[in-house]
Write a protein that binds this ligand. Structure first.
Ligand SMILES: [Zn+2]
Length: 179
């Protein structure tokens, strides 16, 4: 069992309980990847970044150069339950959940710049410190497009291995199992 004081109901609603964030293992892996992981020369990463994993029907991902070219950590409802009669999702982020996530990131050493969304099925935490330069370079390679086809979308249709080869070089986030 976790050593954190988080109780079972809190685990069902990430980010609403006291103490360690229920997705602590994903957040630490995300920050380590963002700031401390050197990416090899030639690595290519699409601009949405990487998924960190899911926990308690929340999916966490991190974008190295999201808003104003700074990192963004995003939490989404992993499996939204859409009510077609009301034209709205039945499950949304809990009130205050995004603030709790931002506070958890701050405790882990990240500098939170701002947050946005957070009342529906998605919320974002914008960070102040730029991502590791080699990670930024990997996204820049993506944005520079395939040198042969001048597109970011080339792949099987063009028999192009530009993205697949470059992306295979990326060192990915490695969350440990929650413990
Ligand atoms: Zn190409």
């Amino acid at each position: 069992m976790p050593t954190s004081p988080t109780s079972a109901p809190d685990l069902a609603e990430p980010g609403t309980g006291p103490g360690r964030h229920p997705a602590h293992h994903l957040l630490t892996a995300g920050l380590a990847w963002l700031y401390d992981t050197e990416q090899p020369d030639g690595a290519i990463l699409q601009h949405h970044g990487a998924h960190l994993g899911t926990h308690g029907n929340r999916r966490y991902s991190v974008t190295p150069t999201g808003a104003v070219d700074l990192p963004v950590l995003v939490v989404d409802i992993a499996d939204p339950d859409f009510d077609f009669q009301r034209q709205a999702p039945r499950n949304v982020l809990a009130p205050g959940e995004l603030a709790v996530l931002a506070a958890a990131l701050t405790r882990l050493g990240a500098e939170v710049r701002t947050t946005w969304n957070g009342t529906g099925i998605t919320g974002s935490v914008g960070l102040r410190r730029p991502a590791h330069p080699t990670l930024v370079a990997a996204v820049d390679r993506y944005r520079a497009r395939c040198p042969t086809h001048h597109s970011v979308f080339c792949g099987r249709e063009q028999a192009c291995t530009w993205y697949a080869t470059g992306n295979a070089l990326i060192t990915r986030p490695t969350p440990e199992n929650p413990s």
